[in-house]
Design a protein around this ligand. Structure first.
Ligand code: BQF
Length: 295
């Protein structure tokens, strides 16, 4: 039997549109005589993936007219010195946004560091005050990956109202804030959060009109876990060995893409899906931190 293939949600394309919109807003802001928005990125240690993410963020900022400066430190930077640096950036009126690139070295207490960032400059939205505002539905900064997914759903015409949404993964960065955004008034999805201890996970997933995979395991979501016609959003970025690539690896998501695309109605690719939206929403958050407006 012939089966329809899912339509691809092109994250690169949607992100490019968002980035253009941010650029237009930045241009309007500076045309009124304000300085350009300024983002400070703190990169600690030599993790190549982190360095590459930071380069991507800096490039995206430059294209949108946002000034970004990366402050690079050795992995042995002390927690006390990092806290001092954050306090200096908090008090600097020429800094709008502060981003501490994660993960941090093991000797640094991540929660303590993220609490030290001024909520008004917290463009990753990890400060408890911003997390609280997200949960209660107050306006403000939103975590970039879940906000990017909301933007993708909206701009792809995927109905959330009355939809059953299943989020696989309960991280503070993706799963928990994602579930909170989906249940907000006006979005109106009915949300289930699954994790490694969830019984009958496949059965739960099969009820989803919107299935969000943020597990961190390559190809975890298989075709039998997907309701026909569902929108499948793949947050995973996993390295798998691939001797045909000159790097020796390729990136795959948490979804078995080739099998699931035969069942789903909409699907995001990896790369080129959620990842570019994360960067676009970081720009949007920096615009908001600088101007107090989303546009
Ligand atoms: C794409 C991240 C895990 C741990 C720390 C575009 C990004 C990724 C993929 C990117 C991520 C993941 C970032 C693509 C930022 C997303 O084309 O598919 C962009 O730069 N990301 C990060 O800063 O830290 C992480 C994932």
């Amino acid at each position: 039997m012939e089966t329809a293939t899912a339509s691809l949600i092109d994250g690169r394309q949607i992100a490019a549109t968002v980035r253009q919109e941010v650029k237009a807003s930045v241009d309007a802001w500076t045309a009124k005589g304000h300085r350009a928005p300024v983002l400070k990125v703190v990169l600690i240690g030599g993790d190549p993936a982190s360095a590459s993410y930071v380069r991507g963020k800096n490039r995206a900022c430059a294209e949108a007219g946002i000034e970004s400066e990366t402050m690079t430190y050795d992995a042995d930077l002390s927690e006390a010195d990092l806290l001092t640096l954050i306090r200096d950036l908090n008090g600097d009126p020429n800094v709008d946004g502060i981003l501490i690139q994660l993960p941090l070295p093991r000797h640094i207490d991540e929660a303590k560091v993220l609490r030290a960032i001024s909520p008004a400059k917290d463009v990753d939205c990890f400060h408890p005050e911003n997390v609280g505002n997200l949960v209660t539905g107050e306006p403000g900064l939103k975590p970039a990956t879940p906000a990017g997914i909301m933007e993708m759903l909206k701009r792809s015409g995927i109905e959330t109202r009355g939809a059953t949404a299943v989020v696989i993964g309960r991280s503070n960065i993706v799963g928990k804030p994602m579930a909170n955004l989906l249940v907000q008034k006006g979005i109106d999805a009915t949300v289930t959060v699954c994790h490694s201890r969830t019984p009958d996970l496949a059965d739960v997933c099969r009820r989803a009109d919107i299935l969000i995979a943020a597990i961190g395991r390559a190809g975890f979501v298989t075709a039998d876990m997907v309701k026909p016609g569902a929108a499948v959003i793949d947050v995973g970025i996993n390295r798998v060995e691939d001797p045909t690539r000159k790097s020796g690896y390729r990136l795959v998501g948490d979804v078995d893409f080739n099998a699931v695309r035969e069942v789903a109605g909409h699907i995001t690719p990896v790369p080129g899906g959620v990842g570019p939206m994360t960067i676009a929403m970081l720009l949007k958050n920096t615009l908001f931190a600088a101007t107090g407006s989303w546009s």
